[in-house]
Design a protein around this ligand. Structure first.
Ligand code: NDP
Length: 299
């Protein structure tokens, strides 16, 4: 299988380099060799390579910055994606693309299903939705994988920020009214590779699998609950912290103002993915604990 991977150094892209490697020949590029700010250049890249699969892990992910840089976010998250989709359609390749819980407004009571009505609250969410729509309109074979609250051991993440703050301060105030599932880049990459492997061996599945899937870890928590988990595990691993678990205080979204609005309910129903591909999504704590074991210095 010849695979073109874009955004190879992002959280998900980095893990995809590992997870896709056993599937075949992976041509992995960063922005220096495949720039989503230059949509036109992507068509010739795909045409030249003639991949069987394009995996797009590149995106404009600066959610707050996007509020004041709508054109930049749209170019990367929608216009370039439209070019990739057209190129995939032309060469008959599958396009794997990642999208987000931010396409929803978070007002639903339960977990969102793939065909629930979208209503993004932010520029980022809107441009990601436009990317999804461009793929669907192109007619290319696609897997649009919507995920949420992505973290990885590599680079910065919410858990690392909490650990740093907890080493400096006696009290932390963390948003408690946004609910979702922290999802590891490792899990996203592994599931992507397993989905592609199934598609390459099961023509009947490949004939009907094109579409949107929700891909998040099982279970749910708030940012506050996530912070409590991180601090409790860190303490159990012997890390010396100033913040006691009881001093992680819940606050509301309104008490932590940021430029982009976030959905209060980010829960995504993964039943379609698990059923269609025969896969199991583990509870969010499983990968979160592994990540903490990797990043917490040994006593
Ligand atoms: P990251 O921000 O870690 O990685 C994004 C990658 O895209 C980076 O390698 C970045 O390169 C690259 N990129 C940005 N602009 C361009 C460009 N113009 N040309 C080429 N590459 C570019 O994101 P994640 O790995 O976390 O996200 C993967 C996918 O998951 C994205 O589609 C995102 O929208 C989606 N998602 C992410 C969530 C999250 O919490 N992070 C939540 C829900 C969905 P560079 O490092 O050089 O800037």
């Amino acid at each position: 299988m010849k695979i073109l991977l874009l955004g190879k150094n992002g959280q998900v892209g980095w893990e995809l380099q590992r997870a896709l490697a056993p599937l075949g020949q992976v041509h992995a590029y960063d922005r220096n060799h495949a720039d989503l700010n230059q949509p036109a250049s992507l068509a010739s890249l795909v045409e030249h390579l003639q991949p069987q699969v394009i995996v797009n892990a590149a995106a404009y992910t600066a959610v707050d910055k996007a509020e004041s840089d709508q054109a930049g976010a749209r170019r990367v998250n929608a216009e370039s994606v439209a070019v990739l989709a057209a190129a995939a359609q032309k060469c008959g390749a599958w396009l794997v693309h990642y999208s987000t819980d931010y396409v929803f407004d978070g007002r639903k009571t339960g977990a969102y299903k793939e065909d629930d009505a979208t209503a993004p609250l932010s520029v980022y969410g809107q441009t990601k939705l436009e990317g999804e729509q461009a793929i669907q309109a192109s007619g290319c074979k696609h897997l649009i994988l919507r995920t949420s609250w992505v973290y990885a051991a590599r680079g910065g993440n919410f858990a690392k920020t909490m650990l740093r703050l907890a080493a400096e301060r006696e009290e932390l105030r963390v948003v408690a009214d946004q609910i979702g599932a922290p999802t590891s880049a490792e899990l996203i990459a592994d599931v992507t590779a397993l989905m592609l492997q199934r598609l390459s061996h099961d023509q009947a599945l490949a004939d009907q699998a094109s579409g949107i899937y929700h891909l998040v870890a099982a279970g749910e928590t708030s940012w506050h609950g996530y912070a409590q988990f991180v601090i409790a595990k860190a303490a159990a691993f012997g890390m010396s912290l100033k913040t006691a678990p009881a001093k992680i205080l819940p606050i509301s979204t309104g008490e932590y103002p940021v430029p982009a609005r976030r959905p209060a309910n980010s829960r995504l129903d993964t039943d379609k993915l698990q059923r269609t591909f025969g896969l199991h999504l583990p509870e969010w704590e499983f990968h979160a604990e592994r990540m903490l074991q990797e990043i917490i210095p040994k006593a």
